[in-house]
Design a binder for this molecule. Structure first.
Ligand code: PHE
Length: 457
């Protein structure tokens, strides 16, 4: 079989479009909503260090492997994986990797759209001026009013899904490509504006202190698992998104260098978001940095509401979060859409409506878990918590582990040599070392300890 394949979905216009698309996928709610509160509740600095270690030693090598499989197959993750399995004469069970990834992606999309809907709602809530000068209690009440209103949640979830479909329907060049080329520069400009505000008007030094001072005591195995889950989630790996985007990458782009740039941008945005959020939070007395998921929707509005010009900045902030979520969610939709088009020979539009429809219906479970189903729990989790834990902390590590093993030990050498042409011997060595020995061991260890800690300790 020829090593150079041609896919039916097309390719990105250039390497930079891939970088923007992959960064767009990576930078999302994970960076702006989840990272700050997870870092906050795990003691700050020590967590951040482990998180960055996971990005470099596990995330980057896995991400490179995913792109390699994707670019070699030039199809949806399921079919690219099938192709690699067939070409390498590997056991058919390896095909499950593609399925696992795409399924995780669909589950994530379902709840991602609900949370992104909160951000959309908050653009308008903050702009309305209603949150001017509110205290923590009223901010919590405002957030609870949103959560307890299924129709308001469904309204925004629906709008968000439609935004995603509008992009993905356009295809790789005209839909996804143009969207990321417009949204990503905008995102960076807004981020820098907010950073400026945080430095001049917030308590920037307290934020730096918090994110970079080490409190090893506050770190548990569960925290380490969360750091690794977060590294997977934030880099969009283990769920087909990056494999799908890799399938559209120009053949002459160097995988190693390109992925390092993406991982760098992603970590930069997570840290800048953390600095922005904590500068603003620490500038307002009486707000806890470890507030949990409510950090962005309760603590921040209080802080914004008490600063001069804060409401305007707050509105900009939630627009930024929505854009980040949008450019991520399209990468969750695309792999499933690409697969459906290939499998059923249907058009892009039809495939979009089917997949977005399924994700939307599943998303209702998350919507209701904040109100009418809040009492129903599986293993102590609400439907939403369960999906979040299942995907980020179980499915993604397993899928990441399988990818490292597949690319480290199973895939035929000629595929690696072909896709990694032009990579320096040094980079090749480090990558092989991490993919074969460090990443699988680290993923397995952290996964077992973290799950043990969660359920049995
Ligand atoms: N990486 C995104 C974030 O940090 C989440 C995501 C996961 C997006 C998987 C696409 C695919 O929010």
């Amino acid at each position: 079989m020829a090593l150079q394949q041609k896919g039916m979905h097309g390719t990105w216009t250039s390497r930079w479009t891939f970088i923007m698309a992959a960064t767009g996928s990576a930078v999302g709610l994970g960076n702006m909503w989840k990272f700050p509160y997870v870092a906050g509740s795990n003691g700050g600095g020590a967590f951040v260090l482990i998180y960055l270690g996971c990005i470099l030693l596990i995330g980057v090598p896995v991400m490179m492997s995913e792109v390699l499989i994707g670019r070699n197959g030039r199809q949806s993750p399921i079919n690219s994986m099938n192709e690699a399995v067939t070409h390498s004469n590997a056991n058919a069970l390896w095909r499950s990797v593609g399925w696992l990834g795409v399924l995780a992606g669909l589950l994530i999309l379902s709840f991602y759209a609900v949370i992104a809907g909160w951000a959309l709602d908050y653009i308008f809530l903050i702009s309305s001026g209603e949150l001017q000068g509110i205290n923590g209690e009223s901010a919590a009440a405002a957030f609870n009013t949103l959560l307890s209103d299924p129709s308001r949640l469904i309204f925004w979830q629906t709008i968000f899904m439609c935004l995603c479909v509008a992009v993905v329907v356009g295809g790789v060049k005209k839909g996804l490509g143009i969207a990321v080329e417009t949204l990503m520069p905008l995102l960076f400009i807004m981020l820098l504006m907010l950073l400026g505000f945080a430095v001049f008007k917030g308590n920037f030094s307290a934020a730096v202190n918090f994110l970079f001072s080490f409190d090893l005591e506050a770190l548990t195995w569960r925290g380490v698992l969360e750091a690794m889950g977060q590294a997977f989630f934030t880099l969009s790996i283990g769920m087909g998104a990056i494999m799908a985007y890799g399938a559209y990458m120009p053949q002459n782009a160097n995988i190693g260098k390109t992925i390092l740039i993406v991982a760098f941008f992603d970590s930069l945005v997570a840290i800048i978001s953390g600095l922005i959020i904590f500068s603003i939070v620490f500038a307002t007395p009486g707000i806890e940095p470890s507030a949990g998921p409510g950090l962005m929707f309760i603590s921040l509005p209080v802080a914004f509401g008490s600063m001069p010009g804060g409401l305007l900045i707050g509105a900009v902030f939630f627009v930024l979060v929505s854009i980040a979520a949008w450019s991520s969610a399209i990468s969750l939709l695309e792999p499933c859409v690409a697969w459906l088009m290939e499998a059923k020979h249907i058009g892009r539009a039809k495939a979009n409506f089917v997949i977005a429809g399924i994700a939307w219906i599943l998303g209702l479970g998350s919507v209701f878990s904040f109100n009418i189903w809040a009492e129903y729990k599986v293993a102590g989790f609400t439907f939403f918590d369960f999906l979040d834990f299942l995907t980020a902390n179980i499915m993604l590590p397993i899928s990441g582990l399988l990818i490292t093993l597949f690319v480290g030990y199973v895939i035929k050498r000629d595929v690696i040599d072909f896709e990694m042409q032009g990579t320096s011997a040094r980079v090749m060595q480090v990558w092989q070392l991490t993919i074969k020995y460090i990443a699988p061991f680290a993923i397995a260890l952290v996964f077992i300890m973290g799950v043990y800690d969660k359920f049995f300790a």
